[in-house]
Design a protein around this ligand. Structure first.
Ligand code: ADP
Ligand code: MG
Length: 320
């Protein structure tokens, strides 16, 4: 006999969740609410993201890839504020209760969740067009979470890893390539949330954001919230060799500035803390590049190799 939807949720989520539970979770899946006893001296950071099939990921992604992408983008929001992952809830809207699909989804979900020590404590399951909502919660030491509004004139602007890869990976994925042995495809489908780096930056960064909509757009959020401007050196924007090889220098820069989905961190560091930051970033095992400097004068200037301001057309992805 086919399993009921309820049994499927039990088998695919409740058992795996119970196997590894954050110590502050008093009660997980199975009651009307989860119960958490938050640790003293910590602020609770809360965020939610919905991924809709055909909008945020192509239908060609496997259930495991969908799960990984959805959890990773939420974890990236915790990383951007320097938070430590705690627990999450999962609201699944599914066209049908397909056991094979759910088992595969669950496998990808718990692989990433266990890697980052985040526990599934509840959720909701409904029928409809495929859509996944994950809400994550994490901790940062009270009053110390990294925010968008702390950048000051003179701060260096840094980017982790490389940017633009996922933009190129999205194009490949839309053409039907979901093979993650391709670096660019992997960068789109399985972003690496920079949690270790984010936590290290608590002591040194004045502001931070994760790059979901493109470097210019997301840095723009820091500038607006901090009421400052910035000048970027386009040739300092970190692009991977794989991206350069795939699309050439000009297109690589365009993607690096304007394409989203890389989930790298963009952060600001006052001059006197740059040395310390470099040590901490190395400890986190992530390369960081200085791409520019915060200015008192409002606006975002991008300079080309010869120091001339560039004209920019696209500043990032917007849903509406
Ligand atoms: P209620 O109607 O009281 O909200 P549900 O029947 O929706 O309860 O869910 C029963 C239990 O299973 C709850 O603890 C809920 O958090 C959990 N749950 C339901 N769907 C999921 C899911 N997709 N992932 C994780 N937990 C889930
Ligand atoms: Mg209830």
């Amino acid at each position: 006999m086919a399993l009921s939807e309820f049994e499927l949720i039990q088998n695919c989520f409740a058992e795996q969740a119970a196997a590894s539970m954050h110590p502050d979770v008093r009660l997980g899946i199975g009651d009307d609410c989860a119960i958490i006893s938050p640790a003293a001296g910590q602020d609770l950071l809360v965020t939610v993201d919905t991924l809709v099939a055909g909008v945020h990921f192509p239908d060609t992604l496997s259930p495991s890839q969908i799960a990984v992408r959805c959890l990773a983008v939420n974890l990236s929001d915790l990383a951007a504020m320097g938070a430590k992952p705690g627990w999450f809830t999962l609201a699944l809207t599914l066209p049908e209760a397909n056991e094979v699909w759910l088992r595969e989804f669950s496998r990808g979900l718990f692989k990433l969740a266990n890697q980052h020590g985040i526990s599934l404590v509840g959720g909701d399951t409904t029928r409809g067009p495929l859509s996944i909502t994950i809400q994550v919660q994490g901790y940062a030491p009270a009053g110390q979470a990294l925010r968008r509004d702390g950048a000051r004139p003179g701060d260096g602007i840094y980017v982790s890893g490389s940017v633009g890869d996922a933009g190129a990976g999205l194009v490949l994925t839309l053409k039907g390539n979901v093979d993650e042995s391709n670096f660019l495809v992997r960068r789109f489908i399985s972003p690496s949330p920079r949690l270790a780096l984010g936590q290290k930056l608590l002591d040194v960064a004045s502001a931070a954001i994760d790059i979901s909509d493109g470097l210019l757009a997301d840095l723009g959020h820091i500038l607006k919230r901090s009421q400052v401007g910035a000048t970027l050196q386009s040739d300092n924007v970190p692009v991977s060799n794989a991206l350069l090889k795939a699309v050439g220098k000009e297109q690589a820069l365009q993607l690096a500035l304007s394409a989203g989905d890389d989930y790298e961190l963009c952060f600001c560091v006052p001059a006197e803390r740059i040395e310390k930051m470099a040590v901490l970033a190395a400890q986190a095992g992530v390369a960081v590049s200085q791409v520019g400097v915060i200015t008192e004068e409002a606006g975002l200037k991008v300079l080309d190799e010869s120091g001339q301001p560039m004209t920019l057309t696209q500043t990032g992805y917007q849903h509406f």
